[in-house]
Structures are given as structure tokens and as C-alpha cells.
Design a binder for this molecule. Structure first.
Ligand SMILES: [Ca+2]
Length: 417
């Protein structure tokens, strides 16, 4: 196993010259240090490339917010590089991890990066295109019930569908047992792109699941149809039923499990540690990656409103960015960074990161740090740029460090020095 220890003396140029051999430093040309609540709106953004569209934001700070820079010295360590296209990571109470790999395997990984053998008992996935074994989470009562929940693309008789399964991690840790498929985000579709998907617990013991728009123009319009689970966030019980209190329960021509609609390809779901709100990140069209604050029953606009254009260069729909009854993103990126997994930091190891949102960037090849004040983004930083990795998912471990996985097979631990 290769170990990579990269020490960043952020904001401390004098110390940087004293790094030991093999260490790297962050670039020292970044803007002046700012704190969470004193962001100067004239400070340059971390983004220096021209936008893909000429669209204007709905409000100041909705994109290209002022750059901030972490002042606490921190380090990232690659604990392993021997995973194969890891997609989702969940922390166990004892400090180990469960990690999904796209091709259909799930493995235990120790806190020091020792990768276990593939667990048996996982239903087959259709790993074609963007499908595979995707997001996962453990039960809040895992210590006593050992239950695991995951989403994946399932090949069915009439197409592929995003499914959610659950199972018990066996006592000998070799398998998932009593596995049942609890939910399918119907309808099925022949394509294999843009399934989402993450699965996380809410604070009431129910599950949020993100279900992507499946990409193609003929199917993605169902993101606007509350009677389809394409392009939705659904909220279900651990048995896969519509969760009590869902916004569309009892309404005609709707699915009772739908929680929010008008989504594209949602790789990011996380709960704000203070407010308890659900925050979501989705890969948009060219120039339209979004962060959204999710309200029950709300419509997030895709594919009617967007700040992006089609990858062909054509406008999306009628090229509008706002419409009554549709929610604006809290933040968007143009050009795109391809936001995947994300988490709020609620630890005490790096106090200036408290309640900041950390987002994995695939094409952007960094971890975006967003400072958020009163539900608005007030600063952005790019972390681990020099690693040149496609970051796929990030969580906070029980030791209050951040852990991130990359398409290149790495698991990083990120903590203060
Ligand atoms: Ca949107």
C-alpha cells in the first residue's frame, strides 16, 4: 500500500518553505485570508475561467463568491490507493468504513486503510454507463442492528431502475444477510446514465434517496411529473414505504414517496448539523451545477429552468433561469465542477470549518469548501487541488476528520496537523 502524506501549511508561507521532503504546499498566490462572516464581496472568486453561458445570477453571491482560505494548518493523507472506483463511503461507529465500488462490490476498510475482501450477498448491479453500486448509509442504531442501506442500478425486464436495498452486516463481517430490495424509483428506463444516487437518514428515522433524471430528453421531462420518481428526492421508511408526513400524500396523480422534484443528477445529500435542513447537490448541464436547500414539496426547476446550457451548446428548453413556483439554487457553478458527494463539517478539530459544506468535485478535481451563513454561500475554497483526483464522496468520521474517496481508488483522511 502506498502512503501519500501531503502537508499543507495553508496561509503560512514562511512555514511552507520548511516542509519535509515529499511534502507539497498549497499555492501561495491565493487571495487574502478572510473569516466566515467578514467576506469582502470584492475579493476574487476561486473560479478564473470564463462562464459557459451569459446568464446572470438571480442574486448576488449565487455564483463565483469570494474566495476564502483555511488558516488552520491541516494535512491530507491517502490511507489507501487500492480501491476500485469507489462510489460511496459510510463510517462505522468503531472508526472503520463501508465503501461501495461502482462495479458492484462493497468492502470494509479499516481506519488505517486496510481494504477487506468483497462482502457477499449484494444483489447484482447493472454497472453500465453511470450505473453501479452507488450511495450507502448505515442505520442510526447500527451498533445494535448492523443494518446497511444502499442504492444501485438494477437491470429489469423492461429497463434499468434505481433500487434501494437493505441488509444486515453479518457477525463474521463476510456478507450482508437477509438482503431485501425495499424500493424501486420507477419507471424503468433503457438508458444507463444519471441515476443519482445517495441514500441518507433524516432525523426521524426515514431515508432520503436521490433519483436522477436519466439524462435523455425524452425521460428527463418526468422530473416535472410528481407521478414519476425520475428526477426526484424521495423519502421512504426503512421498509420502502412512503414516509409519514410526505408533502404529496393524498394528492391525486402523485407518488406519495416524492419529497421534492425538478432535479437532474443528485450526487449530494446531507443534513445541516444545526438547522436539520436537507441540502442537495446536483450535476447540471454545461454551466449549471447546483447546490439546493430542499423544502418538502418544492420544485427545483429541471429541465425548465437552469443556469446551464446543453453539452451540445444548445439552450435547455426556452433558456430561462427563473420561473414562479420553482426554487432558485442557493449556489451554482459555471463552468461546472461536477459536484458529487458532500457533507457538512460539524467537528471541533478545525473550528473555522464548523458548519461549512464540503463537496467532492469530479471534473473539478478538488474538494470545494463553501462557507454558509444564514443559508447563503459567503465564501468558497478549493482543497486538495494538487492531488488531481476526481473526488467522489466525503463524510466526517467518528474522529471528526473528513474522509474522501476518489475515482482513482484513494481514500483520504483530512485533518488538522
Ligand atoms: Ca434547479
Amino acid at each position: 500500500m502506498k502512503n501519500y502524506v501531503l502537508v499543507f501549511f495553508a496561509g503560512c508561507i514562511g512555514l511552507a518553505t520548511g516542509c519535509s521532503k515529499g511534502s507539497k504546499t498549497e499555492e501561495t498566490t491565493t487571495p487574502p485570508v478572510t473569516t466566515n462572516r467578514t467576506t469582502d464581496p470584492t475579493t476574487p472568486s476561486v473560479e478564473t475561467l470564463p462562464p459557459n453561458s451569459s446568464y446572470k445570477p438571480a442574486f448576488a453571491g449565487q455564483t463565483r463568491i469570494a474566495a476564502v482560505k483555511t488558516t488552520t494548518a491541516y494535512r491530507s493523507t491517502a490511507l489507501t490507493s487500492s480501491l476500485t472506483a469507489p462510489w460511496g463511503i459510510a463510517a462505522l461507529p468503531d472508526g472503520r468504513f463501508l465503501i461501495t465500488e461502482k462495479a458492484g462490490t462493497m468492502r470494509l476498510v479499516t481506519s488505517t486503510g486496510q481494504v477487506g475482501t468483497a462482502l457477499t450477498g449484494i444483489p447484482a448491479v447493472n454497472a453500465g454507463g453511470q450505473g453501479g453500486l452507488l450511495g450507502l448509509c448505515i442505520d442510526p442504531a447500527f451498533s445494535t442492528n448492523r443494518m446497511v442501506y444502499w442504492s444501485y442500478s438494477e437491470r429489469g425486464a423492461d429497463g434499468n431502475v434505481l433500487a434501494v436495498a437493505k441488509g444486515r452486516l453479518s457477525t463474521n463481517e463476510a456478507s450482508l444477510e437477509n438482503v431485501t430490495v425495499i424500493y424501486r424509483a420507477t419507471p424503468s428506463y433503457s438508458g444507463t446514465n444519471q441515476y443519482g444516487s445517495r441514500v441518507i437518514f433524516d432525523r426521524t428515522g426515514n431515508l432520503f434517496v436521490s433519483s436522477g433524471d436519466r439524462s435523455d430528453p425524452g425521460i428527463r421531462v418526468q422530473a416535472q411529473n410528481a407521478n414519476s420518481c425520475i428526477g426526484k428526492i424521495v423519502r421512504i421508511t426503512t421498509d420502502g414505504q412512503a414516509a409519514p408526513g410526505n408533502p404529496f400524500i393524498g394528492q391525486a396523480n402523485t407518488r406519495p414517496e416524492v419529497y421534492s422534484m425538478g432535479h437532474r443528477n443528485e450526487h449530494g445529500l446531507t443534513i445541516h448539523p444545526v438547522t436539520g435542513d436537507l441540502w442537495e447537490g446536483e450535476l447540471g448541464p454545461r454551466g449549471g451545477d447546483e447546490i439546493n436547500l430542499i423544502k418538502p414539496g418544492a420544485n427545483y426547476g429541471w429541465p425548465i429552468i437552469t443556469y446551464g446550457i446543453d453539452y451540445s451548446g444548445q439552450p435547455i428548453g426556452t433558456a430561462i433561469q427563473a420561473q414562479n413556483g420553482m426554487e432558485q439554487p442557493v449556489y451554482y457553478w459555471d463552468p461546472v465542477i461536477s459536484p458529487s458527494g458532500m457533507t457538512f463539517y460539524k467537528g471541533n478539530r478545525i473550528p473555522e470549518w464548523e458548519n461549512n459544506l464540503f463537496i467532492c468535485a469530479l471534473s473539478g478535481m478538488h474538494i470545494a469548501r463553501l462557507v454558509i451563513t444564514d443559508n447563503k454561500v459567503t465564501g468558497e475554497e478549493r482543497l486538495l487541488v494538487s492531488e488531481a483526483q476526481r473526488f467522489r464522496d466525503i463524510i466526517q468520521g467518528p474522529d471528526n476528520a473528513l474522509y474522501a474517496i476518489t475515482d482513482g481508488g484513494r481514500l483520504y483522511r483530512i485533518d488538522r496537523n
